[in-house]
Design a protein around this ligand. Structure first.
Ligand code: PEP
Ligand code: MN
Length: 338
């Protein structure tokens, strides 16, 4: 349930309600809006508890959240959440593009691609160091060495960085090097991993599982929230369908749905959804037009030599043209490009 405090409720009243919530065996989560504070009371609720909380000074009303996800819902937090990373705003009326290689192959290629991406105007650099490969015999990533390269290049170019973490045991390590932690589609329901990133103070981009219904995706975000980390970015990356012309099927409808039902920033990764570079620009623009706060796009200066996902990597000049068009669409939908 949520406890909506009166406009102008005092700090003492707010902490008193939080204390009472704890006494009831529930966990309080504060959401401070522009006009009023809402306190989520998470756990087994009862009608008696609702009635008790309703009586406390400073409380305007006590409401049941109907959605199975609570802290992620718009009911809990009415305004869009805006996450700030290295001065880059993610969410709300901002649009921030993420670009970079699928995987970090060596320092030279990472630097080259990052420079192109930065020059085109993107401020967040992606690059995998731990790769979830379908085959155990495929390149698995450079691990810690790759993390160091990503951090160094990000630092040199003044870019924020994002990279995937696959194992709960690596969360501390990856959080030491990267600005944003990525949970891959294959790990969307790895609850131990979600709990672990929920303990960090780094923003987490949660990719949608390729066979996950919308609700399950949001419930996974709720795992991270319930651990205390409220900096979660959703990312649609294509779901499985009967279609074989594209690698996956980009579900554009989940963008407005996520914007309606939750307050979280929403991204789309058209690269993994399409699996082919000729569709990526149109899909990225569709995502921004539908309300996404940004796109994550794979870029490679020599895709035929890419170790991973070459067919879906944009060439640097294609990425630059994508950025120019993203700017146009973003301005139409009232977003500032970061
Ligand atoms: C990736 O972004 O590097 C990746 C592996 O994507 P996904 O988890 O969506 O397949
Ligand atoms: Mn990839």
């Amino acid at each position: 349930m949520i406890v909506v405090m009166k406009q102008g409720a005092t700090e003492a009243q707010i902490s008193h309600v939080a204390e009472r919530i704890k006494e009831l065996g529930l966990t309080p989560h504060l959401s401070r809006g522009q006009f009023r504070t809402i306190i989520g009371a998470i756990g087994e609720e009862g009608a008696a508890n609702q009635e008790l909380l309703r009586q406390i000074d400073g409380v305007e009303q006590v409401l049941q959240i109907m959605k199975p996800y609570k802290l992620c819902s718009r009911e809990f937090h009415a305004e869009d959440t805006v996450i700030e990373v290295k001065g880059i705003r993610i969410g709300g009326n901002y649009c921030a593009v993420i670009g970079g290689p699928c995987t970090i192959e060596n320092l030279d290629m990472l630097e080259k691609i990052a420079r192109h991406v930065r020059q085109a105007g993107a401020r967040i650099l992606r690059g995998g160091a731990f790769k979830p490969r379908t085959s155990p015999y495929s390149f698995q990533g450079l691990g810690k060495q790759g993390l160091q390269m990503l951090a160094d290049v990000g630092q040199t170019l003044g870019m924020a960085t994002i990279t995937e973490v696959m194992d709960p045991r690596d969360v501390d390590l990856v959080a030491r090097y990267a600005d944003i932690l990525q949970i891959g589609a294959r790990n969307m329901q790895n609850y131990n991993l979600l709990r672990e990133v929920g303990q960090t103070h780094k923003p987490v981009m949660l990719k949608r599982g390729m066979a996950a219904p919308f609700k399950e995706w949001l419930m996974s975000a709720e795992y991270i929230f319930s651990g205390g980390n409220h900096q979660v970015i959703l990312c649609e990356r294509g779901i499985r369908s009967f279609e074989t012309e594209t690698r996956f099927t980009m579900d554009v409808s989940c963008v407005p749905l996520a914007r309606l039902d939750s307050h979280l920033p929403v991204y789309v990764d058209p690269s993994h959804a399409a699996g082919r570079r000729d569709l990526i620009e149109s899909m990225a623009l569709a995502a921004i037009a539908a309300g996404a706060h940004g796109v994550m796009v794979e870029v490679h200066h020599c895709p035929e030599q890419a170790v991973c996902d070459g067919p879906q990597a944009l060439l640097p000049e294609q990425f630059a043209s994508l950025m120019a068009r993203v700017r146009q669409i973003a301005s139409v939908v009232g977003k500032t490009v970061e």
